[in-house]
Design a protein around this ligand. Sequence first.
Ligand code: FAD
Ligand code: NAD
Length: 470
Amino acid sequence: MSEYDVIVLGAGPVGENVADRVVQGGLTAVLIEHELVGGECSYWACMPSKALLRPAQALRAAQHVGGATQAVTGRLDVEAVLARRDTFTSNWKDDGQVKWVEGAGIGLLRGHGRLSGTKQVTVTAKDGTETVVTARHAVVVATGSDALLPPIPGLDDADPWTSREATSAKTVPASLAVVGGGVVGVEMATAYASFGTTVTLVSRGGLLAGSEPFAGEKVAAALREQGVTVLLNTATKSVTRGDDGVVIELGDGSSVSAEEVLIATGRKPRSGDIGLETVGLTPGEWLHVDDTLLVEGYDWLYAAGDINHRALLTHQGKYQARAVGDVITARATGKPVSDAPWGTHVATADHQAVPQVVFSDPEVASVGLTAEAAKKAGYDIRVVDYEIGNVAGASVYQDGYSGTARMVVDEKRKVVLGVTFVGPDVDSMLQAATIAVVGEVPLDRLWHAVPAYPTINEIWLRLLETYGRP
Ligand SMILES: Cc1cc2nc3c(=O)[nH]c(=O)nc-3n(C[C@H](O)[C@H](O)[C@H](O)COP(=O)(O)OP(=O)(O)OC[C@H]3O[C@@H](n4cnc5c(N)ncnc54)[C@H](O)[C@@H]3O)c2cc1C
Ligand SMILES: NC(=O)c1ccc[n+]([C@@H]2O[C@H](COP(=O)([O-])OP(=O)(O)OC[C@H]3O[C@@H](n4cnc5c(N)ncnc54)[C@H](O)[C@@H]3O)[C@@H](O)[C@H]2O)c1
């Protein structure tokens, strides 16, 4: 049996950062990983998906600037795109990340980890060998999430793609049906359409639910322009695989045929087989935590990243990792704990200041509350919209730039509660919005944050002018 100060179950981006943080704080830590060190994000999610999307985005950008348009006459080289993607996943090998773990002074145990009692984890290696590790101070569950396959008749036998197959495909199908109108569905429809695949996107509602409504509407219109058949408010009744691919029966009685079907209908917690029952928790559920990421009812068990279902995003999970790593260190060494909102040891931003970029074309970059969410939360709000294309910087940036910005203002405090930008390359403007939301910067002070001319950031000035000087 071996003992560490902290055991971290799962070496995804979140687990890695927790372990790094506690080791930097002077504690010992071991990471337990049964697949690839680096997790979903590195090999089947963020990195490969963005690598699949970026070349078409670069091509489209050049195609929309007169002068460059004339120079760019070729099509996307799909083989080269896939080859570049493979470099980002290190061909699904984790040697580089293992080297980093070792260099950071973190222990690594390969195998499937299961809680086997208070502050104890049993790791089963591939050859069946069991190792029991105990923690002096804390166990952090950072096991992430898996693709959720809904109970659609025939689906289990139809060999569907999940985000894993979509991000790691070695060849591109001639046709692809995508079920699900969330972030994965939209991004993968965008990527595969750019590869020349005939894509049909089936969504039971609109696209990008939870975002400002104009985001989903603009992305749906753009996908259609890119040749995607977008079927909204459409149920998926059954999926059947035959010799020629899959047939998807839709709610209106029609059907879609495709070589492959990607199911992008959300995530489920990776907690079904991690020994939760040995400590009094229910297997297969998300782990509920307080703002220091401590699992409710425990003083030694923490959960960070996707598994706590607060915000299923790498950057937000890594933010939690910094808070949880530091709070474990503080509690272990008897240092003061700073757990008031926005303190050192809490993940306050998870509640109302989560930034996200959907890498569709146009991009959707958002932070904070949408108008609907703000109203639901009881705020007295004013919504300010502005067409980004009317900003000088945008018109220079791209011919016929089209995009929309929305700022949601808390009328009582005169601060920004949320911002959404939809348009080409709006991701680079998101951090300013995040700072405005997290900093609760009063609008009259924002007037002094002068955007450089002529950049698209001048949208801030237009939003403030439209609101009027408070
Ligand atoms: C297609 C796709 C694209 C995405 N794109 C983005 C993006 O652009 N930006 C963004 O911020 N987020 C993105 N996300 C979300 C992001 O991937 C997740 O939020 C992130 O990976 C969560 O990190 P994590 O460390 O919590 O979990 P994971 O990355 O899932 O890591 C968990 C690790 O734990 C290991 N593990 C699990 N159980 C055990 C066990 N019992 N024993 C040992 N090891 C175990 C797993 O093997 C894995 O390595 C995307 C998701 C998908 C599906
Ligand atoms: N760029 C990014 O930041 C990025 C990219 C990809 C994924 N992610 C993260 O990964 C997570 C998973 O993404 P996702 O797109 O799988 O989930 P999601 O929750 O964003 O979207 C799921 C979609 O599936 C639909 N759906 C659910 N059940 C269904 C059913 N039975 N039949 C038909 N449709 C159904 C929902 O209505 C929704 O449109 C997200 O929470 C997101 O934060 C982030």
